[in-house]
Design a protein around this ligand. Structure first.
Ligand code: FES
Length: 197
């Protein structure tokens, strides 16, 4: 009985204090709210990277674009089925003296289907480093700088061409049936042999 009466007295006291909270919240409640906000912010900070990671894993072309020196360039379905060449930008991570830049254009390749395989040729001319184009008739590659000429396999097809070697072929892998991966590499121009830069 005595305990019950004391309890009633305490409730009355709390009610009186509660009226003051119209002006100033109790410290315990403020601490609780601050803790809840901090918890929510922490949860968001944790969940955001997880969401990005899930998206990256689920989309093959957003998956890590580098693997064992190979770079994911495009989907096989983007390479013309008729064997004509198509140019693709190659993006990869690049590091200079100050920073690392992710997914930055580092070069370009011509891709073309040869039977069930894919041929990859660096677009840079082995003569002096200009960008090789596709001739108007689509039947060969032609360099606009000094008129080197190559067939669609990248082989020099004109004895007057100043290029000292064929266009630089790059290793290709088709993974997961639709992903075209290329071991992208630049080579020194003006040399008979392929010398990696
Ligand atoms: S740079 Fe291509 S022919 Fe000279």
């Amino acid at each position: 009985m005595s305990e019950h009466i004391e309890g009633e007295s305490e409730v009355g006291s709390e009610t009186a204090i509660g009226c003051d909270t119209d002006v100033q919240e109790p410290e315990g409640r403020r601490n609780f709210l601050s803790g809840a906000v901090a918890l929510a912010v922490g949860a968001l900070a944790t969940l955001a990277p997880i969401g990005v990671a899930i998206t990256t894993v689920l989309d093959p072309l957003r998956r890590s674009t580098k693997s064992n020196g190979m770079v994911l360039v495009t989907r096989l379905s983007a390479v013309p089925e008729d064997g004509s060449p198509r140019k693709f930008t190659v993006s990869a991570d690049r590091t200079d003296a100050w920073a690392t830049y992710t997914d930055t254009p580092v070069g370009a390749v011509y891709l073309r289907r040869v039977g069930d395989d894919v041929l990859a040729l660096n677009v840079v001319c082995p003569h002096a480093g200009c960008f090789v184009g596709v001739a108007d008739d689509g039947a060969r590659f032609a360099c606009p700088c000094h008129r080197s000429s190559f067939d669609l396999d990248g082989v020099v097809n004109d004895p007057a061409s100043p290029s000292p070697r064929d266009m630089d072929e790059l290793e290709v892998e088709v993974r997961n049936e639709d992903e075209v991966w290329v071991r992208f590499q630049n080579f020194l121009p003006g040399r008979d042999e392929k010398t990696p830069v």
